[in-house]
Design a protein around this ligand. Structure first.
Ligand code: FAD
Length: 485
């Protein structure tokens, strides 16, 4: 890295006792936030900052639904912060430049953050840490977003894991994840005591962008009504959702988690994506709930934590394969003979007009609410890749743009899993039959009716492909890469 990275080194003279800066990223919460806890313990006035970095090289621009979520989440976080007497400052620009400016404006003595795991993000953070340290400013990073730091889990041979079950066994063989930190009781915002620099900003006066000026919310047209109806972003809502899930659905999670009409899953994924809740909070609350359960209900709790483990695995894989969203994990798949793109088929899939009820229900749920049930994600992804023979990367991009939980690890991981090109992936010959999947997992067509009101009437589209024919074509194409590694 050049330019932007270097600018942090231009930070003015160090102020060892200067205020603390807490740089929030994918951890938009006050509870169980190790970076914030460390800053509070430093016992100096502190400022929280969120910066929108659309400039640093390699950082993937957020999709539309994610931008909508981020806006709401920042509104919620700013209110929660103010309620504790603190302040959330918003800035936009290349992180290295903005952090250097903030440190300078504030005369900050220390900067704290929780780690990110994508390669471009890690590069940015490493550069900033080096520049700050060189300038005599404390820079500390913490483990806040994952239960197990990806580099700490290794096979006996010292290599990363490529199969989930042994990975999760290794994770859970050690001590349990640490208990969550409480949110601070108050955030200290007194004025600057640096009499030598009267012009310097204080944590209370540091200029902040107007969130609306970032234009994260869609305007022309405003397509976010369905998202507003479906979701209340923010830390408080995440905690309420977790409590309600543990109370109600957890005991039946094991048996009903695959049934999209049943509301038997937690719906916590966007909150985890944005760090409005931490996996540690989920882990410990579930563990407590599990102690009150027996038999199948207790196994349900274990199953739920195992699903949280898949998120850990996706990050483990991303950490070791940074281009997960663009490159086949199994390079042999580079030879997959994708036919020329059928734009009309892709469009029918995006719009939920394929003539296959479960696929269409899922794609319309996604468009309306910014989310889709896990079982249906697998079915819609399989349909795109294996019945339409469309490259998984195009599906991944659509999900990236439309999901409120669009996650840099779980999304490409999920797509490569379905394609068969990824880690511990579904075997190439597993082609979901969307009609059988509908009959099995939505037998009364409840989910289908919720999302495709015209299903069963003459207004519903005819199937755009023949399932048998396309399955055979997919298997023939997969034959060409099946033995590749
Ligand atoms: P629950 O069943 O309540 O599970 C609890 C938590 O565990 C989830 O919130 C999630 O954080 C994690 N989790 C569960 N299943 C998985 C999984 N298979 N992989 C990784 N983490 C998991 N999840 C995302 O968070 N973001 C994505 O962008 C995303 N894209 C996906 C794309 C495809 C093609 C597929 C097949 C799956 C994808 N998933 C993604 C995983 C999964 O579908 C969602 O995490 C899940 O549907 C979220 O619903 P929930 O919170 O009610 O899950």
């Amino acid at each position: 890295m050049t330019g932007a990275g270097g600018s942090a080194a231009q930070t003015g003279p160090a102020h060892p006792d200067g205020p603390s800066l807490v740089w929030l990223r994918d951890d938009l919460r006050l509870g169980d936030n190790p970076a914030l806890t460390a800053a509070v313990e430093r016992d100096r006035p502190l400022t929280l900052v969120y910066l929108l970095d659309e400039t640093s090289p390699g950082i993937r621009p957020l999709g539309g639904a994610a931008r909508w979520w981020l806006h709401q989440s920042l509104v919620s976080l700013a209110a929660d912060t103010a309620a504790l007497g603190g302040r959330l400052v918003l800035r936009r620009g290349a992180a290295a430049t903005v952090i250097a400016e903030l440190v300078d404006e504030l005369g900050a003595g220390a900067v704290f953050w929780n780690r990110r795991y994508g390669e471009a993000e890690r590069d940015v953070d490493t550069q900033i840490k080096a520049s700050l340290t060189e300038a005599g400013i404390v820079a500390h990073s913490f483990a806040g977003s994952l239960l197990f730091e990806p580099w700490t889990i290794r096979t006996g041979g010292g290599t990363p894991y490529t199969v989930f079950t042994p990975f999760w066994r290794a994770c859970t063989a050690g001590p349990p994840p640490r208990t969550p930190y409480p949110a601070p009781a108050s955030l200290d915002l007194p004025g600057d005591t640096d009499a030598a620099s009267p012009a310097r900003s204080t944590p209370a006066t540091l200029p902040s962008d107007d969130l609306d000026s970032w234009e994260l919310e869609p305007r022309h047209p405003d397509w976010a009504d369905g998202l507003r109806e479906a979701w209340t972003p923010g830390e408080g809502a995440a905690q309420q959702l977790l409590a309600a899930f543990l109370d109600d659905a957890l005991p039946r999670y094991g048996t009903e988690r695959d049934l999209p009409a049943q509301q038997a899953t937690s719906r916590l994924s966007p909150y985890l994506r944005w760090g409005e809740i931490s996996p540690h909070q989920i882990w410990h609350a579930t563990d407590v709930a599990r102690r009150g359960l027996t038999g199948a209900a207790a196994s349900s709790a274990t199953r739920f934590l195992t699903e949280v483990g898949w998120r850990e695995f996706a990050y483990h894989v991303l950490f070791h394969a940074p281009d997960l969203a663009t490159a086949n994990l199994r390079p042999g798949f580079d030879a997959f003979p994708w036919p020329p793109l059928d734009e009309r088929a892709l469009q029918a899939w995006r719009q939920g007009r394929t003539g296959f009820r479960l696929v269409d229900a899922g794609m319309r749920e996604l468009w309306r609410t910014g989310s889709m049930h896990n079982r249906v994600r697998m079915v819609t992804a399989s349909f795109l890749i294996k019945n339409l023979l469309i490259d998984w990367r195009l599906g991944e991009q659509w999900f990236w743009d439309t999901l409120v939980d669009a996650d840099p690890a779980s999304n490409p991981f999920g797509w490569q899993w379905v394609a068969g090109s990824g880690a511990d992936a579904a075997p190439y010959f597993r082609v979901f039959n969307p009609e059988l999947q509908a009959a099995k997992f939505d037998p009364a067509n409840e989910y289908v009716r919720q999302n495709v009101p015209e299903w069963g009437t003459g207004a519903y589209p005819q199937p755009i492909v023949d399932l048998g024919e396309t399955r055979r074509a997919a298997l023939a194409a997969y034959e060409q890469v099946k033995n590749s590694r």
